[in-house]
Design a protein around this ligand. Structure first.
Ligand SMILES: NC(=O)C1=CN([C@@H]2O[C@H](COP(=O)(O)OP(=O)(O)OC[C@H]3O[C@@H](n4cnc5c(N)ncnc54)[C@H](OP(=O)(O)O)[C@@H]3O)[C@@H](O)[C@H]2O)C=CC1
Ligand SMILES: CCCCCCCCCCCCCCCC(=O)OCC(=O)COP(=O)(O)O
Length: 320
């Protein structure tokens, strides 16, 4: 049959049957579903009390911008009060017309200090009475060979990336359980799913994060508390500059991979949508890291060989 004749026959079929109205109906229902989802997401975050840790820089700072614009009552956390105050001033000066915005509240504490976490939680609960969303975003990275790394460094990374967020989450949880409402978010990493050489402490802390919050999700379902783990790939932030090395000194280098990473503002917008949609576990990365995760699961032997070869190459370039 000629191509043009086939086209005419197909068009005839479409117009003479109920396919066209059905097609329009499906598109209409889909658009309506999307609109309702968007409205529900906006209502979920409007006036919600949202704690963001690590709001002084990078992803946390951009999350603060997008959650502020969504009408959340923000609690900005970090160690540097001046940086948080500057951000709060900037947010207050920004013009958001769509929703009513709220002056952010600032709390400074070090995630490596359990006493400070308890005091900060008490302050937040006294001020707001409750917390709707806790975003465990603060974190520190690390570069070094296991053989050279002091246990103090391993502990420092675990304290900031794992024990701190766990302690903060545990401090907030009872108030959420009482209300049978709340949402805990953990910003993990692709390195919470796969481990790459010379990142042992960081990858271990992110794997532990994934495991803890997966357990939490299961335990909290009965209280209607949501748990979301987000695993981003590289983001263009100060993470590598602030990373610590095997002896605990600052790495202080903007790695090429980090510099070429996604814009923190774009990742923050994704975080907002993921939280608004109450997703449970999301990988926010390009194809290669996503494939690497599948490879680790489906062909671990091959994945381990690739990582060993990567380690050899990195070691060689360090020695030369
Ligand atoms: N950048 C990337 O490529 C990726 C980042 N991530 C994750 O994203 C999250 C945010 O990192 P990013 O924005 O990139 O990095 P930044 O270094 O820009 O920000 C890290 C934030 O964590 C805070 N922080 C660090 N240590 C402590 C501590 N002991 N107590 C309290 N706060 C602390 C810092 O605050 P301050 O020092 O001012 O107190 C800062 O606000 C981290 O969990 C990171 O692992 C995940 C995947 C990729
Ligand atoms: C079927 C073919 C699969 C090919 C897979 C090849 C394996 C390639 C390995 C890719 C490794 C990607 C690592 C991504 C790491 C990442 O995104 O980490 C995010 C961070 O947390 C960055 O922190 P850092 O301090 O390490 O900069």
């Amino acid at each position: 049959m000629k191509k043009s004749l086939l086209k005419v026959r197909v068009m005839d079929f479409i117009t003479s049957t109920a396919i066209l109205p059905l097609l329009f109906g499906c598109v209409g229902i889909f658009s309506l579903f999307k609109l309702l989802q968007h409205m529900r997401m906006k209502a979920y975050l409007r006036n919600a009390v949202v704690i963001i840790t690590g709001a002084t820089s990078g992803l946390g700072r951009e999350c603060a911008r997008v959650f502020f614009a969504a009408g959340a009552k923000l609690v900005l956390c970090g160690r540097n009060r001046e940086a948080l105050e500057e951000l709060a001033r900037e947010l207050a000066a920004s013009r958001v017309t769509e929703v009513q915005t709220h002056k952010p509240y600032i709390v400074t504490f070090d995630l490596a200090d359990p006493g400070a976490i308890v005091a900060a939680t008490a302050e937040i609960l006294q001020c707001f009475g409750y917390v709707d969303v806790l975003i465990n975003n603060a974190g520190i990275s690390y570069r070094g060979a296991i053989i050279d790394t002091t246990t103090d460094v391993d502990k420092r990374v675990m304290e900031t990336n794992y024990f701190g967020p766990v302690a903060l989450t545990k401090a907030i949880l009872p108030s959420m359980i009482k209300r049978r409402h709340g949402h805990i978010v953990a910003i993990s990493s692709i390195q919470g799913k796969i481990s790459i050489p010379f990142r042992s402490a960081y990858a271990a802390s992110k794997h532990a994060t994934q495991a803890f919050f997966d357990c939490l999700r299961a335990e909290m379902e009965q209280y209607e508390i949501e748990v979301t783990v987000i695993s981003p790939g590289y983001i263009h932030t100060n993470l590598s500059l602030n990373a610590i090395t095997a002896d605990g000194s600052k790495y202080g280098v903007m790695d090429k991979t980090t510099a070429q990473g996604r814009r923190p503002m774009d990742v923050a917008r994704d975080v907002l949508a993921i939280v608004g949609k109450k997703k449970k576990d999301v990988i926010l990365a390009d194809l290669l890291p996503s494939l690497a995760i599948y490879l680790r699961t489906l062909a671990p032997g091959l994945f381990f060989s690739l990582m060993a070869s990567r380690a050899r190459k990195e070691q060689k370039s360090k020695n030369s």
